[in-house]
Write a protein that binds this ligand. Sequence first.
Ligand code: HEM
Ligand code: HEM
Length: 243
Amino acid sequence: MVESDQTGSAEDPAEIHVWDLPLRVFHWLLALTILGCWLTETLGVAWMQWHMRLGYLALGLVVFRIAWGFVGPTYARFSNFLVGPAAVWRYARSWLEGRPPAYAGHNPIAGWVIVLMLICVLVQATSGLFHTDDILTAGPMRAAVSTNLADDLGGVHATNADLLWILIGAHLLALLVHRLVAGERLVSGMLTGRKKGPFATGQAGISGSRLWMALALALSVTAAVWLILAFAPEPDLASFDFS
Ligand code: HEM
Ligand code: HEM
């Protein structure tokens, strides 16, 4: 999946294809979806049905991305960007020394932050399925658990959201630091899929986006989320013990 015919020199490095199309679509849809979840929650009870719908989309997107981390092209793979503590430390030190190397894919720190973000979105969307506002809205799996467990998961939904905002803030701050300190234009890379080096040797561009694989995966994930919703217990708000 990695091309070996990249051209370019140290003075004029080649621009290479790094982020496949499914990964980019995933990224921007996820960002819009999370923004939508926040907005609908802020707008209040009239928007809760949309909050839940967007939550299902977030769940599907994150499950898709986790699977894509195993079957997607090179730079989408967890094995490409999850490295051990020694490599993370070496990378952190390179910033302190003022000469951080550019990575074609995610750098060693970003890689772990991204995994944290994915886990955080997964926990947020899953806990939402069991959450209720104790008035009008209940997640589709609320009736599957006891009131105590639903309360605990509601607490997770509220606290984890704060962690998610912190991680998103750190994500955006990191992009700004990369732009201002290292001169890296990472945002345009996530828009076009292409990045310009110089990167370390061995980091060549991908040759395709594996679109059929992505389509099959997206359909499977949609079916799985649909099945969860189809087999969720009937919401019966009247029978809940809201005391
Ligand atoms: C990643 C996606 C999601 C995000 C970012 C998100 C975010 C939030 C936030 C910040 C709150 C307010 C926390 C509180 O004070 O209780 C909330 C409440 C809630 N969410 Fe989500 N949520 C997501 C997914 C879901 C899903 C999938 C469902 C259910 C299908 C859901 C159902 C609810 C319910 C029922 C409430 C309670 C509203 C209230 O107490 O007024 N959420 N969500
Ligand atoms: C709710 C908001 C956002 C969330 C949850 C989010 C989440 C993520 C995730 C999970 C990744 C990893 C991509 C992957 O490997 O699949 C990522 C990467 C990236 N995001 Fe975001 N993102 C958000 C907003 C933004 C915004 C507003 C921008 C641009 C201004 C942005 C720019 C980028 C870039 C450039 C990368 C690639 C970083 C690199 O080159 O290593 N993100 N984001």
